[in-house]
Design a protein around this ligand. Structure first.
Ligand code: ZN
Length: 385
């Protein structure tokens, strides 16, 4: 198959190419060449980009106003059905790769396998299984509570046994858990170190939920691969990010969506209060980290209140408007950089990379909001919408 692109953003920061033919075979891109005069093609589009990559999702959660309350009220099978539905919505919206960083019942692991077996539609996936938190810590309802370095190692081994291909730890409190203070450190440095060491021994990367300053630095010093949220980072944290080459996944959409729906009702008061606090820190600090050269990988925390799986393009817009990235830099963060962190493929359109691509009727980056509505979505060489 040949897709002719009037304009190609390949996911890198190189200047976009004009009038190229993308040759696809066996699910991969086999060549990208200048469009031949009079040559034939199967499909044409004004603009083509790689499929988007979301490094932070929770497929089991559907953006309900009281997300945690809903998790508690729904039966496991109902949550599984919603997770499958969200996987389909994710893919149809043009998000062709995701990393699920916390679910109950190992749902995301089974969904990943179901997608890979061709039984259900969905993006390419990595899945962490239950997150590792301290007893009663942030996310305990979707977590495995650990309370010592050895328990941390055992929990990693359990997740590995269940089929996890990444690990998620919780270094600080968070917004959606009642009683968990976002600024406070939770898992201890020695618990984080043990979990990370055990995961790395088996080739698994580790993501840490971390909002508060001390917890962010605990995770960075312990050798974490990515800090999720990172909203209260300071100068020392920025230095640690850069020295270790750690990725920051800022999940800008998460507090933004909570605060955009203050008056819709249904959100617990403690969630709103904490989101206001976290949003203030985020507005102040994340841009500074980006400007200082910290690697920013796109990830939205999809599933949290009003933060729908099919709206990942909003995170790309926010990286542009809040962090000062150009539209192309924001697309790069939401494709190549996020893919590099997840580690399944390079997230760019190049020879021998997966043929995951989005077709647009106009230059998708002239108005970045165009990313919300691709004309067609292709995964592994087949159109899915
Ligand atoms: Zn999350």
């Amino acid at each position: 198959m040949i897709v002719r692109a009037g304009l190609l953003y390949d996911g890198t920061l190189d200047a976009p190419r004009r009038n190229v033919d993308i040759e696809i075979d066996g699910g991969n891109v086999t060549a990208i060449r200048n469009a031949a005069e009079g040559g034939t093609y199967d499909r044409a589009a004004a603009c083509v980009t790689p499929g988007l990559v979301n490094a932070h999702v929770h497929l089991e959660m559907s953006g309900e106003a009281d997300t945690m309350g809903s998790l508690a009220l729904l039966k496991p099978n109902q949550r599984m059905i919603r997770a499958i539905e969200n996987a389909g919505k994710t893919l149809r919206a043009g998000v062709t790769t995701v990393r699920d960083v916390g679910c109950t019942n190992n749902f995301a692991i089974d969904i990943r396998d179901g997608i890979n077996e061709g039984r259900i539609p969905g993006p390419r996936m990595r899945a962490s299984g239950p997150l590792l938190c301290m007893t009663g810590g942030h996310g305990w309802f979707a977590g495995r509570m650990i309370d010592s370095p050895w328990d941390a190692r055992k929990a990693v081994r359990e997740n590995l046994w269940a089929g996890a291909d990444c690990i998620k730890v919780v270094a600080t409190g968070g917004v959606l858990t009642k009683g968990a203070v976002p600024g406070n450190a939770q898992l201890l440095p020695e618990e984080l170190e043990a979990a990370i060491h055990e995961a790395h021994r088996h080739g698994l990367r580790v993501a840490s939920h971390a909002i508060g300053t001390e917890g962010i630095k605990n995770a960075l010093r312990a050798g974490i691969d990515s800090v999720e949220h990172g909203h209260m980072l300071d100068d020392e944290a920025i230095e640690l990010f850069k020295r270790n080459g750690t990725y920051l996944v800022p999940t800008l959409t998460a507090p933004t969506c909570i605060l955009e729906h203050l008056h819709d009702g249904g959100q617990p008061e403690f969630v709103i209060r904490k989101a206001q606090f976290v949003n203030e820190a985020m507005q102040k600090n994340i841009r500074r980290a980006y400007e200082a050269g910290v690697k920013i990988a796109g990830g939205s925390d999809a599933g949290t209140p009003f933060n729908y799986h099919e709206n990942y393009a909003y995170e790309v817009e926010l990286m542009h408007t809040l962090l000062g990235m150009t539209p192309q830099q924001a697309l790069h963060a939401a494709t190549a950089v996020a893919a590099e962190l997840i580690g399944l493929h390079r997230g760019i359109l190049a020879e021998s990379e997966p043929a995951d691509l989005l077709l647009f009727e106009r230059d998708a980056l002239a108005d970045i909001r165009s990313l919300r509505s691709p004309q067609a979505v292709m995964k592994a060489g087949a159109f899915v919408s």
